[in-house]
Write a protein that binds this ligand. Sequence first.
Ligand SMILES: [Zn+2]
Ligand SMILES: [Zn+2]
Length: 388
Amino acid sequence: MPDAVTDQVADALPGLIELRRDLHENPELGFYETRTAGIIAGRLNDAGMSVKAEVGGTGVVGVLDTGRSGPTLMIRADIDALPVAELSDLPFASTNGNMHACGHDGHITMALGAAELLAGRKDELSGKLVFVFQPAEEFVEGAKAMIADDVISDHSPDRVIGLHLWNQYDTGFVGVNEATVFASADQFELTITGKGGHGALPHTAIDPVMISAQVISALQTVVSREIAPNAMGVVTVGQVIGGTAPNVIADFVTIKGTIRAFTADIREKIISAVERIAKGVAESLRGGAEFKLLNGAPPVVNDPGVASWITGIAGGVPGVDEVGAHEEVPVGDDMAEFINRAPGCYFLLGAGDPERPPHHNARFVFDEECLPLGVEIFARAALDYLGG
Ligand SMILES: [Zn+2]
Ligand SMILES: [Zn+2]
């Protein structure tokens, strides 16, 4: 049976590479993936799955219900691109100003490849397979939107798996962690309020630019003074927007930043410390601070049982040279929203080597040799879990 899967993947590969290149040439931003979603829905339909489109905006769900009782496995792939003008020299490079610079074109291809293969082997399975094609991962809104549209409550998955291809690991390496994979990612906005006035008469005004400077400095004490040295935390202020002229004291200043952590605990601690410090410092200087959390995602933390199952599955796939733990990466991914609702595993699939341009870079190119490996890991996981 396993050899037959390898052969089937090899047979499907030329068509999958063609699909991947077409997706790469036509990238679409989060919640605008209409062409992409149309292709996904069409192929799932052709494979004989029941398809629901427009789930949480532009999401697509394909269900293979075997009609026999058994567990439900959910496989999730993200489908959006980034607002990056592509500078790769690929013959199928995007020219529309957006780019699949994170490899989500590969994710779509691998999940679809597995869906098509498994639909053809429905008779060997018991239970339900649910393929989730999620929009808008890059600004971590798509998972929440699909969940609000009942993707979890409709299917109650027993396990949820997914992969992110990873350019900085050699093709043939599969990274599986038994706990944290990626960090939480939260954006915040602070409005620092003062009282506008003449730059020459500061005593008649309350200067929000000066208060902002104090707040920004004080925010750097959150990680250095409130979080244990062996825990990871980041507070970055990336935007300061305020003032209209050199001799005018503004009414308010807007500060925007990002918060990262590897555990839910530290995440909460940092969020509340940022709010407390901003308000405390601003008030001590006669101003005020309003704190708002914008979009965010929890850390991606694998279930150890599901992770060790995936480790075993991946280890049996020809072409996979090594399966092991990988460094926790301080990027965010809203796969966390799924894994927090069902035991799951998000694994990294090596797709190049450490010298390649990193994800989100305009010259990002991944190694297509990773594609059959991802298809086969998904397919074997499903055959193992639903094939018993
Ligand atoms: Zn990304
Ligand atoms: Zn990504």
